[in-house]
Design a protein around this ligand. Structure first.
Ligand code: GLC
Length: 441
């Protein structure tokens, strides 16, 4: 590491690097040592952003390990299981998904059958941008190896998940949003009619969300599994189908990144640019809610916007072409008493004034470092320095005060959930690195 960090920042850098070193399995990084012992898809993208500034050899291996789980149809699963661990050691493990029976699933590893926000192309681009001149050729070679896999991932999303042919992708399960128990999902989950049985095991290491939510989550997986994870079933019959602003904003950012990667590699960027235009337009047409001044998820089963405002509604900051009035309206809401304006440690994952808000409830109120990072990255791209500086400062303050925790109380910054959480550490490295090396920021 080169100089220019203060003593305090250097200590923070070293502590973050130690967390990532400890969570490295030899092929990938687990999100946290006890609670999440496998590889998760969007966690790996965030981890790559940090490893890019710490151990780029590992960043490459992290992505290769994730794409070992890619299906023949292009799906990048949200969990790639570590086959050396006991099958029953983690729920929901391979026995729930039974993807080994699926012809498109890989043979060498067990995976889930869902996706997560598709951030891998953005992570690959940042990895390349962080390469020093002496690493540039190796970096290009790595990109050339990864590029077809990223293209296949995006092809799967466009062909199988653009369910209403609008350009946006839909999720079929709350876990695909990354914000598992967000109050945004309460309405569609509440509308499910479950057959009378208990689906989830009674003893799970992770006590949040509640057992009743878990029954619904597991039932949705059961339906998808029994339909062989088929795209026509998801589109026509599955009871949960939602266009989410964070999933689509990350899809858009990664589509732009894919166009840049194509240019770097001398491939054709035009199809990616055209797709980006489609996503941009559909985000505005379908998810922007003029009345609340925020983006909201659309439930495809009744074609209505979901009522609760969550941190996901600000993710379209990642759209480089967001029109100025929408950008400023979003920034106003973010700084208002419903989000950052009434939280000492923003950004709460749910509107503070919503009845469902719960300051300790996982994605129902606490502040998370990855969503802060996404908003910081987007706001910075737009030159929204008030928002970007606020997020930069409050994110580092949280970690200095409470450590590399999974999530945090938005009012007093108390750390919650697991300790030594990988994406918290990785994104701290990226934040510190961005200050140190503006070229790669
Ligand atoms: C939780 C989070 C999800 C994350 C996973 C592994 O399920 O809600 O976003 O990917 O943990 O860290």
């Amino acid at each position: 590491m080169t100089a220019r960090l203060t003593g305090d920042e250097t200590a923070l850098w070293d502590a973050a690097a130690r967390v990532l070193d400890a969570n490295w399995t030899g092929t990938a990084t687990v999100p946290s040592p006890g609670l999440y012992p496998h590889q998760w898809s969007w966690d790996s993208a965030f981890v790559t952003m940090g490893l890019a500034r710490h151990r780029r050899d590992r960043a490459e291996r992290e992505l290769i390990s994730l794409f070992r789980g890619q299906w023949a149809d292009g799906l990048v699963p949200h969990i790639v299981f570590n086959t050396t661990l006991a099958r029953h050691g983690y729920f929901p493990g391979p026995d729930l998904w039974r993807t080994d029976r699926h012809p498109a699933a890989p043979h060498a590893v067990h995976t889930s059958g869902l996706t997560q926000p598709p951030l891998q192309a953005l992570a690959a681009l940042r990895l390349h941008e962080c390469a020093s001149p002496s690493e540039a050729e190796r970096s290009r070679n790595f990109l050339a190896r990864l590029y077809p896999k990223l293209v296949a991932q995006h092809r799967y999303l466009a062909q199988c998940r653009d369910m209403d042919s609008s350009g946006l992708v839909a999720i079929c399960h709350p876990w695909e949003s990354g914000l598992d128990n967000s109050p945004a999902w309460d309405r569609p989950l509440g509308a499910l009619e479950l057959p009378p049985a208990v689906y989830a095991p009674q003893h799970r290491s992770n006590s949040l969300p509640t057992g009743e939510d878990y029954d619904r989550y597991v039932w949705l997986v059961t339906l998808l599994r029994e339909a062989d994870y088929r795209a026509d079933y998801m589109r026509d019959a599955h009871p949960f189908a939602v266009e989410d602003p964070l999933v689509n904003a990350t899809y858009l950012a990664s589509t732009h990144a894919l166009a840049e990667l194509a240019e770097i590699l001398g491939r054709d960027p035009v199809p990616h640019r055209e797709r980006a235009q489609l996503i941009h337009k559909a985000l505005l047409d379908r998810l922007w809610d003029y009345e609340t001044g925020c983006f909201r998820a659309r439930d495809l089963r009744d074609d209505r916007l979901l009522p609760v405002l969550s941190v996901a509604g600000f993710a379209p900051f990642l759209d480089p072409e967001l029109p100025a009035p929408i950008l400023h309206s979003l920034a106003d809401l973010l700084l208002s008493a419903r989000f950052a304006g009434a939280a000492g440690y923003p950004v709460p994952s749910c509107d503070i004034q919503a009845t469902a808000f719960d300051r300790a409830g996982y994605w129902r109120g606490p502040t998370w470092i990855n969503t802060n990072w996404l908003l910081w990255h987007g706001a910075r791209g737009h030159g929204l320095s008030v928002v970007a500086d606020l997020l930069y400062g409050s994110t580092l303050r949280l970690v200095r005060q409470s450590g590399f925790r999974e999530y945090f109380d938005p009012f007093d910054g108390t750390g919650r959930g697991s300790h030594d959480y990988s994406w918290t550490a990785a994104l701290v490295l990226d934040l510190l690195g961005a200050r140190r090396a503006p070229r790669a920021a």
